[in-house]
Design a protein around this ligand. Sequence first.
Ligand code: N01
Length: 541
Amino acid sequence: MPESTQQTPATPQRLDALVVGGGISGIYQLYRLKELGLDVRLLEAGSGVGGVWYWNRYPGARFDSESYTYGYFFSEELLDEWQWSEEYAGQPETERYLNHVVDRFGMRDLVLLEQRVTSAVYDEEAHEWTVTTAAGDVFRTRFLVTALGILSAPQFPRVPGLEDFTGEWHHTGLWPDTEVDFTGKRVAVLGTGSSGVQIIPFIAERCASLAVFQRTPNWCTPINNSPITPERARDIRSRIREIYEATQLSPSGSMHRPMTESSLDMDPEERRAHFDRLYNAPGLTMALANFRDVALDKSANAALTDFLSEKIRSRVADPQIAERLIPRDHGFGQKRPPLENGYYEVYNRDNVTLVSTAEETIERFTPTGIQTDRQHYDVDLIVFATGFAAVVGSYDRIDIRGVGGARLADHWAAGPRTYLGMQSAGFPNLFMVGGPQSTAGNIPRATEPQVDVVTACIAHMRENGLTEVTVTEAAEDEWIEHVNSGIVGTLQETAESWAFGSNVPGRQRVYLLYAGGLPQYRRKVAEAVESGYRGFAFSAA
Ligand code: N01
């Protein structure tokens, strides 16, 4: 729900452009608009920059993309001076990197922290936005760019009684910057998605006891992380442009591309050996560089899930627990698969219990723990690894009003409506970077073309004395049809996941991202720009 918008301080600060969100995409947008010579600021709700790498500071948080494909590529000096320590770097390193970039490129004074935006209202006469923050500050800006992140509105279970719980609790997406001590404590973790799978092994090693509440198991594969030696770093630096080109050709914006071969054409022994190689390969190789038909054909997918089920059985000592950890409701890759490091072995420890909420319903939180319909779990500390109101959840938290006072929330009532994932009809001069109906995957590679187009569009307007840019509902309809054509008929379409908003009770099931892949997305955007900003309409005040 939008927060209060009642405070109105006397003097709004006037700007050319305002970026909302200090994550990897917002920082890049700030850099580009500063470079263009605009009077620009960035508003960030947190006390530091980093976006997901600021908020998700839970132990175990790390990349699932290769570190050197995740950062920025706009500066050779930056590429020279920054060396990642691991193939998949941990959260503290990424947060340090983003702070380094902000300082290195003179952006620190342009970032205003602890400024949660509560409302944005368009002035049709002036072609400007009035943006208000929870602190009561007001900004007037011609251009508003939201870089809110697709996973930034934390989601809690709709279970009563948390206010009665007298112990400590934390959400992985709102982790404190002081150390959380698990030593000797009785801990419960709710949720076994990517965040749960990363934090659970860390807690298990330290706590007195751990109860993991699992609603749906996931297909987790080993991260197979390793340090980057100085020799490897030199090799990466020497090939960095080649690596970047590879990310541009990959659907996910990563180093990986699906194979062209069909797994079903292969002899079962050969196929198994191939799956084994992928299982022992680093990162998301299994998900992103597998046989093409694994994502499209049920039997090809089943051959892989049979293989993965055997892996789970071989790693978990108790056969009943192993069976509970094997997903039955979805195939591999239908949801983003968590990467793990010793996750399955956690369930071989004496201090860990797996509670399936499919078999045992959580009824409420009590002063001393968690009550299910079978028993009470006494705990000192609860960790919510229960995910996010994805993609549109961060927009729901801001009262955005466009032409005629129309609310963005109403315009999106039946699901998000955008053109190119970047603008919505009736909301001129408001650009979205990393918003709905655009590619996800390796996020900075996905939002980079958007930032570049927003920058080019603003430059074009300033050069031509234009003050307003908007898109039509017809352009939105065309984009929505294109977005849907990319997901219909895939195996992904049939799984319940945050990409469809399925994890938010009561939310209409609509695909929230763009499944057509980054190369196609970039082509679509380039075609629109090269044909004179097709689908956009410009005017002057
Ligand atoms: O969130 P999730 P996440 N009672 O929504 C469960 C990225 N990421 O934070 O599956 C009990 O995936 C829920 O169950 P179910 C990555 O893109 C990347 O883990 O809805 N359980 C699920 O198990 C990822 O996909 C990294 O039935 C409840 C879990 O909570 C995305 O972020 C690291 C419940 C939520 O899983 C989100 O991951 C971390 C309830 N009432 C995240 N409600 C990298 O590696 C929900 N759950 C870079």
